[in-house]
Ligand binder design. Structure first.
Ligand code: GLY
Length: 453
């Protein structure tokens, strides 16, 4: 039997650990640095998933050697950029995820956008700026609406969608001068705003072949439901988040659209990665796409890992053994993988930190400043068959599991109908609450009500 280590600490990473735990080949999954939430789940309780709270990448590599880990899967972009794969490979450990220099596909938007244009993969019009004054001049003159994007990594939150030139100027100021995304905003990409439906599409690469997953999901990025005008006003706008929930299959999943995505976007991009760049890329590529009302597909972005929360619903729907896919990535055998999907719908609703009382004043809640250390109640009320994946949580000696991040946990339900999956997810999340200790124990959990609609 095999041992897997998943590196990460969020919901997507917990879900990866859970999915490896389902494999017929795996009898132990280590989750580093992980989060204490796994100990509150069935696989954590019986020791199939074990948290290893080490963060230092060198120590992780040493741990893998000592324990004889058979496969390491790295869930998020930051450790990839810090070179975890290179470190592990140097010690002879098998990995899923790109080498440090290949992370550029996500960490340098301008580089990837130029590559896509070069190979004729459709993407919205864009311009790149290093000077905020030049960027401002551009948005004042362009006439149409734009999205202002930090060029570097920003945890899936680096794009600001603008209604007009003054919003775009503010976004340029916030990203380039106020540095809300740190040095990732030294350079911006200003892109034509597209309307239509967003699609998150994933493919595994083994350095030679590609396995496009023939199932896709839709992320719900704005913090609030569009009709929740009271909260939007109180918050000061409907900001984009890293994702507030997801459902799958996406209503647009049809064989003809999957074929188009593979033919127009995935294949030419992978071909360019292997042959134009000459990269032996092994891992996941995430294609952030838009399908507009005229049926035109465009690439918004490419990431070097699964989407979060998109992976959580795709993984539940995938019946193929993830360890077999991972092994095929390492051995260059993805052409031998048969992807199998079950017949359920899945809905993931994320419980976020909402408005809470601070020691002085109020926290606006995620994606603004949020409180921490709120006791998480109601987990013992969750129905069997509902998956809980933990993200921003910590453990307190007195209170047990407490909140520690903006996106705290995912509630995922499956059902033969989308309505059924929504009903189960919402029935269960309503049983969970976060106790605001500065506000007489009031519930400060917030979640969107329209996921899957
Ligand atoms: N859900 C968007 C992302 O993972 O970047």
């Amino acid at each position: 039997m095999m041992k897997v280590l998943v590196y990460g600490s969020g919901g997507r990473d917990h879900c990866l650990a859970d999915k490896y735990g389902d494999s017929q080949h795996v009898d132990k999954v280590y989750f580093a640095p992980g989060n204490p939430g796994v100990l509150y789940t069935p696989k954590g309780k019986r020791g199939l998933i074990e948290r290893v709270p080490i963060r230092d990448l060198g120590q992780v590599a040493d741990f893998c050697v000592e324990q004889g880990i058979d496969l390491v899967d790295v869930g998020s972009e930051n450790p990839l950029e810090e070179g975890l794969i290179d470190l592990l490979n140097a010690k002879g450990i098998r990995t899923i995820g790109p080498r440090k220099d290949y992370v550029r596909l996500e960490s340098d938007r301008a580089f990837t956008d130029d590559l896509l244009v070069d190979i004729g993969v459709p993407k919205p019009e864009y311009r790149v700026f290093d000077d905020p004054e030049e960027a401002r001049k551009y948005v004042r003159n362009i006439g149409y609406q734009v999205v202002v994007k930090a060029n570097g990594l920003a945890a899936g939150k680096g794009a600001i969608v603008c209604d007009d030139a003054s919003e775009a100027e503010k976004a340029i100021h916030d990203i380039m001068e106020k540095k809300i995304f740190g040095d990732s905003g030294n350079r911006v990409v200003i892109e034509e705003r597209k309307y239509g439906t967003e699609i998150s599409f994933f493919a595994y690469l083994d350095g030679e072949h590609v396995l496009p997953l023939k199932m896709f999901a839709q992320d719900y990025k704005p913090a609030f439901d569009p009709d929740d005008t009271k909260s939007i006003k109180q918050f000061g706008g409907n900001l984009n988040t890293g994702g507030t929930g997801c459902y799958c299959p996406h209503k647009l999943v049809t064989p003809w659209l999957v074929n188009r995505i593979i033919k127009e976007i995935v294949n030419p991009t992978v071909n360019a990665v292997y042959n134009k760049l000459g990269w032996k890329y092994k891992g996941v590529l995430y294609f952030g796409l838009n399908l507009d009302p005229y049926n035109r597909l465009d690439v918004f972005e490419i990431n070097v890992r699964h989407g979060d929360p998109e992976w959580e619903v795709i993984a539940r729907k995938l019946s193929s053994d993830l360890f077999e896919i991972g092994t095929a990535v390492c051995e260059g055998k993805l052409d031998q993988i048969n992807q199998v999907w079950n017949s359920q719908y899945y809905v993931d609703v994320i419980a976020m930190e909402g408005r809470s009382k601070a020691s002085r004043g109020w926290n606006k809640g995620y994606p603004g400043r949020y409180g921490k250390g709120h006791r998480i109640k109601g987990l013992d009320q969750i129905d069997r068959g509902i998956a809980i994946y933990f993200a921003g949580v910590d453990e307190d000696e007195e209170k047990g599991l407490v909140t520690h991040g903006g996106r705290v946990l995912h509630v995922i339900a499956g059902d033969p109908t989308l309505e059924g999956a929504r009903e189960k997810a919402y029935r269960n999340i309503a049983r969970i609450s976060f106790e605001d200790h500065y506000n007489n124990g009031a519930n400060c959990m917030r979640y969107r009500k329209t996921i899957g609609l």
